[in-house]
Design a protein around this ligand. Structure first.
Ligand SMILES: NC(=O)c1ccc[n+]([C@@H]2O[C@H](COP(=O)([O-])OP(=O)(O)OC[C@H]3O[C@@H](n4cnc5c(N)ncnc54)[C@H](OP(=O)(O)O)[C@@H]3O)[C@@H](O)[C@H]2O)c1
Length: 298
């Protein structure tokens, strides 16, 4: 279906919640010339966007009525329910973009509540920091109403590069968690490395040039791992489980001997041990996926 864009460079937008992200989003919208209405539970926080040209609404309901597009940027889904619950009547005909971080299960209840109020619902995940909003580094994930996404895409693109994932509203949160999971694993490993090097008085900043170079190579390895998992083809991989088991074992042992907490890597060692014990030591590293996926899935 071709959707006629109802959006334009000066389309009004409402931002509910002016914490670090909400303030950054409102700032980006104002900078792009969008008439922007803001509301925050603590009214003191509206001062900054108002100084830049935003209109402060006294109530959530007034804020929602001010714009066809309503962005919700509060702490969590409990707060989302509190904010939207107080103003369900004003939602009719609007598009609600819920940018709070939550779980796929939490999304469904909000999506149903918004639909019941006669509004379109988009769930969003902000892969950005306040300072990267409206820069090329920022990208936001969306799922839910495709019609709403197409209609408001021009406005959403002001905030970050927009990616629509699926009509199921819960999908954006699942991808958000998947991206966070990969990111946290890398950063936790990095902090462990700093602790290990600390035992030899290596300053953390001295490690950065080589670790970023090394990780660049690791990232380039991801498409190969992904293909092996996708086709369940673990025979030709260049990095077998047994080899990695020795390397991770060395890492854990050396850490422990030096008094460094090896907790970050212990679960990986356990997976490599299990895979080897199951007789898959010659399979590639990617085959650990077989231990991680849900037991009943194919
Ligand atoms: N900061 C980041 O780097 C970042 C990056 C990506 C995604 N996110 C996500 O974006 C969302 C907002 O994050 P943030 O960093 O902007 O948070 P924040 O600075 O802590 O601000 C939280 C906002 O939520 C509001 N709020 C909390 N509970 C509320 C309630 N019960 N009713 C009404 N308003 C309530 C606060 O209002 P008051 O001012 O009245 O307390 C404030 O406006 C979170 O889900 C976060 O996970 C954050």
């Amino acid at each position: 279906m071709t959707v006629q864009s109802i959006d334009g460079p000066a389309r009004p937008v409402t931002v509910l919640g002016l914490g670090r992200m909400g303030t950054a989003l409102a700032g980006a919208l104002l900078a792009a010339g969008h008439p922007t209405t803001v509301w925050n539970r603590d009214p003191a926080r509206v001062a900054a966007p108002v100084a830049r040209g935003a209109v402060a609404a006294d109530t959530v309901g007034d804020a929602i009525l001010a714009s066809p597009l309503v962005l919700v940027t509060v702490t969590d889904y409990r707060a989302v329910h509190e904010v939207l619950g107080a103003s369900a009547a004003s939602l009719t005909g609007r598009t609600v973009v819920n940018l709070a971080t939550g779980t796929p299960e939490e999304v469904r209840a909000v999506a149903e509540r918004v639909a019941a109020a006669g509004a379109d619902y988009l769930d969003g995940a902000m892969m950005a920091l306040p300072q990267t909003v409206a820069t090329p580094e920022a990208f936001f994930l969306y799922s839910g109403s495709r019609h709403a996404f197409d209609a408001h895409r021009t406005t959403l693109d002001v905030l970050a590069t927009s990616h629509f994932l699926d009509r199921d509203p819960a999908v954006a949160e699942l991808w958000d968690l998947a991206l966070l999971g990969s990111g946290y694993a890398v950063l936790a490993g990095f902090l462990h490395s700093l602790a290990l090097l600390h035992t030899a008085q290596v300053p953390p900043t001295a490690f950065v040039p080589l670790v970023t170079r090394w990780l660049h190579g690791m990232l380039a390895f991801m498409p190969e791992l992904a293909e092996e998992v996708e086709f369940r083809s673990y025979g030709a991989g260049v990095s077998p489980v047994a080899l990695n088991r020795v390397a991770v074992g060395n890492l854990v042992r050396t850490s422990t001997l030096r008094g460094v907490d090896a907790e970050v890597h212990a679960p990986l060692r356990a997976l490599l041990d299990r895979r080897t014990a199951d007789g898959h030591g010659t399979d590639s590293f990617a085959s650990l996926f077989e231990l991680l996926k849900p037991v009943r899935s194919g």
